[in-house]
Design a protein around this ligand. Structure first.
Ligand code: UDP
Length: 307
C-alpha cells in the first residue's frame, strides 16, 4: 500500500514509518521539521520505499495514496505554544487539506487526536463518551481546541462526503526519538538525570499522567487503521503515576546525583489523566504490554547515546 504519514519525522511518526516499511508498504513521509528532526528518519532515507516530502500540511497537496495517517502537529506544550496561531492552522487547515486528499483518493484517513481534548477532566479515568472540560481562551487552547475542531471536521467529512475516517486519542507517550528539548516530562527528567542537572518538578508533583511506550502506541494506530471501528478510541496506558513518582524512578534508574527541585505549575496543567481503554480492548483487541520500567530503560539508553 501507498501510505502517507504526515508528521512522519516526529517522535511517534518516525516509529510508525519504520513499522510500515517493515510490513512492505510504500511510505510517504511529510514533514517540515517544526518540532521534529531529520535525524529521526536518517536511517530510512536510503530505503527505496521511503519517500520524504518537505511540505507543510497547511498547504494543499496532491498525491496518490491508499492510506493517510494525519499526525503532523506540534504536540508538546513548549512547541505548540511557541506559535499558537500556527498550531491552530496546522490542526484545522491541515485536517481540511488531508481530508480533501482522502476524499479525492477515496482512501482511508486516520486522525491522531489527543487526550488534551478532555482538557482538565472532571471524570476519571477518561472514557471516549466524556466531552471534556476545556478552557477556550487559555495557553493550551490553540492545541486543545485545534484538535477538537479536527475531530469535528473528520466526523463531518465522514457524514457529509462519506470519507472513510478513523480517529484515535493518544495519551502521554514516551520512548526513543523523543526530542531532547521537547519539554516533556519523561525526556526532561531523563536528560536532566543523565547530565546531573536539577530535576524540575512543576507544582508539587502530585499531578498524575499515564505513560504509554511508543511501540504499544504504534501497534494500536496500525490496528485502528485496518479495523472497522471509526472511533474515537483512546490509546494509552492506564498505569497512572504521579510526576513525583516518575522523577524518583528516573533518578534511581540512572543512579543520578541530580536533586529534585520544585517550580511553578504551568497554567491549565491537568491535575489527573488516565485513559479508560475498554473500547480499545474491545474493538482493537489491544492493550499496552510494555511495563514502565522496561520502556524507561530503553528511553534512557537512547538518550545516553544521543545527548
Ligand atoms: N512536568 C514537570 N516537569 C517538567 C516537565 C513537565 O513536572 O520538566 C509536568 C507537567 O507540569 C505536567 C506533566 O509533567 O503536569 C506532564 O507534562 P508534559 O509536558 O510531558 O505533558 P502534558 O502536560 O501535555 O501531559
Amino acid at each position: 500500500m501507498r501510505v502517507l504519514v504526515t508528521g512522519g519525522a516526529g517522535f511517534i511518526g518516525s516509529h510508525l514509518c519504520r513499522r510500515l516499511l517493515e510490513q512492505g508498504d510504500e511510505v510517504y513521509c511529510l514533514d517540515i521539521f517544526y518540532s521534529s528532526a531529520r535525524r529521526n528518519i536518517a536511517d530510512l532515507e536510503n530505503d527505496p520505499h521511503f519517500h520524504f516530502l518537505e511540505q507543510d500540511i497547511e498547504e494543499p497537496i496532491d498525491l496518490k495514496v491508499d492510506r493517510i495517517y494525519n499526525m503532523a502537529c506540534p504536540a508538546s506544550p513548549v512547541h505548540y505554544q511557541r506559535d499558537p496561531v500556527k498550531t491552530a492552522r496546522t490542526s484545522v487547515l491541515g485536517a481540511i487539506n488531508m481530508l480533501e486528499l482522502a476524499k479525492r483518493n477515496n482512501c482511508r484517513i486516520l486522525q491522531t487526536s489527543t487526550s488534551e481534548i478532555y482538557g482538565n477532566p472532571l471524570t476519571h479515568p477518561q472514557k471516549e463518551s466524556y466531552w471534556g472540560n476545556v478552557n477556550t481562551i487559555g495557553l493550551r487552547s490553540c492545541y486543545d481546541e485545534g484538535k477538537r475542531m479536527s475531530e469535528t471536521l473528520f466526523f463531518d467529512y465522514h457524514r457529509q462526503y462519506g470519507v472513510d475516517i478513523r480517529v484515535v486519542r493518544i495519551f502521554n507517550t514516551y520512548g526513543p526519538y523523543m526530542a531532547e528539548n521537547d519539554g516533556r516530562v519523561v525526556s526532561n527528567f531523563i536528560v536532566q538525570a543523565l547530565r546531573g542537572d536539577d530535576i524540575t518538578i512543576y507544582g508539587d508533583g502530585s499531578q498524575t499522567r499515564s505513560f504509554c511506550y511508543v511501540d504499544d502506541t504504534v501497534e494500536a494506530l496500525m490496528r485502528m487503521m485496518e479495523g472497522d471501528y471509526i472511533g474515537p478510541v483512546n490509546i494509552g496506558n492506564p498505569d497512572e503515576r504521579t510526576v513525583k513518582e516518575l522523577a524518583e524512578k528516573i533518578v534511581e534508574m540512572t543512579s543520578s546525583s541530580s536533586k529534585i527541585v520544585y517550580k511553578g505549575l504551568p497554567s491549565d496543567d491537568p491535575v489527573r489523566r488516565k485513559p479508560d481503554i475498554s473500547l480499545a480492548k474491545e474493538k482493537l483487541h489491544w492493550q499496552p504490554v510494555v511495563p514502565l520500567e522496561t520502556g524507561l530503560r530503553n528511553t534512557i539508553e537512547y538518550f545516553k547515546k544521543t545527548i
